[in-house]
Design a protein around this ligand. Structure first.
Ligand SMILES: C[S@@+](CC[C@H](N)C(=O)[O-])C[C@H]1O[C@@H](n2cnc3c(N)ncnc32)[C@H](O)[C@@H]1O
Length: 278
């Protein structure tokens, strides 16, 4: 496919170009911690000043890739247990996870805002087991499109920080109610990071990260259980196999008490099988 896209996106959808770019920067390295040739191909088909706006930091690309790898691992484990299951990707943007971990049998549902779905349809046309839905993920109307006879894993990668906190809670509760026995993978930025975005300090010379509205310190993850009694377990997903200095410092960041409690996090939520018998 040779056509080049010139996206004009609002600030929050534009963040999907940031994550795409970080995956591509990482994937181009010979020592990449994430293999993502589709992302490399994609940035070549988008007319956007990626390097000028987002920079080319190998530190940032690795951090992002390690987060992505946490999600990939959870999806791959789910598909190993439930090869015919459904993966619902909320706020999927231009993620290329399907091309990294699909097993040839699962179903995939992408939910994102209309402008992003329109771009994704042009750049990454869906295959027969993929479906794209233009919707606000927090409205949960998308849940009616999911086959309840199949196991379900919902992912919200890079989404919840852009939602009001009450909506994050309602989204988790809504998924727990609608997908008994299912799971959800959610990532969060720590509170200090969200404060930096709100004060405009997260920026390059040419790009300002939009203010993040929901934040959660890693040490607070158990609070996610309060979203619904149907959230039965909460599990931390830790990055592994980093390279260089970051790779060497990661074990420290994961064990030194303050750092471990105030780092970005990826969390799996398990949902109850069904209502308790009366
Ligand atoms: C940081 S990007 C993450 C994209 C992708 N998940 C990734 O990790 O590369 C945030 C994405 O969330 C989408 N988004 C933001 N608010 C949304 C909402 N209320 N409903 C659905 N999608 C939303 C944006 O359009 C964008 O694609």
């Amino acid at each position: 496919m040779s056509s080049v896209e010139r996206p004009e996106l609002a600030a929050v959808p534009e963040t999907a170009l940031w994550t795409l770019w970080q995956r591509a920067v990482e994937a181009r390295r010979p020592d990449a911690v994430l293999h993502d040739p589709k992302a490399v191909d994609l940035v070549e088909r988008i007319d956007y000043p990626f390097a000028e706006r987002f920079g080319t930091s190998g530190f940032q690309s690795q951090l992002q890739a390690l987060r992505v790898a946490c999600f990939d691992r959870e999806v791959a484990d789910f598909l190993a247990r439930e090869p015919r299951g459904t993966v619902v990707c909320l706020g999927e943007g231009l993620e290329t996870q399907y091309w990294r971990v699909d097993n040839g049998r699962a179903r995939w549902l992408t939910v994102d805002l209309p402008e992003m779905i329109a771009l994704r349809e042009r750049l990454l046309p869906p295959g027969p087991r993929q479906r794209y839905l233009a919707a606000d993920a927090t409205d949960l109307v998308w849940a009616d499109e999911v086959d309840r006879d199949r196991a379900v894993l919902v992912t919200a990668q890079g989404l919840c920080m852009y939602l009001p906190p009450a909506r994050v809670k309602a989204l988790i509760a809504g998924c727990a109610d609608r997908f008994p026995g299912g799971s959800m993978v959610v990532d969060a930025v720590p509170r200090w990071f969200a404060r930096f975005t709100a004060s405009g300090k997260m920026r390059t010379a040419a790009y300002q990260v939009p203010a993040m509205r929901w934040a959660m310190d890693a040490g607070e993850r158990d609070k996610l259980r309060t979203a619904s009694p149907a959230v039965t377990a909460v599990r931390d997903v830790r990055p592994t196999d980093g390279r260089g200095l970051l790779g060497a410092l990661l074990p420290l960041a994961l064990t030194a008490p303050w750092l471990a409690a105030h780092r970005p996090s990826v969390t799996v939520l398990n949902f109850a099988e069904g209502p308790e018998p009366a």
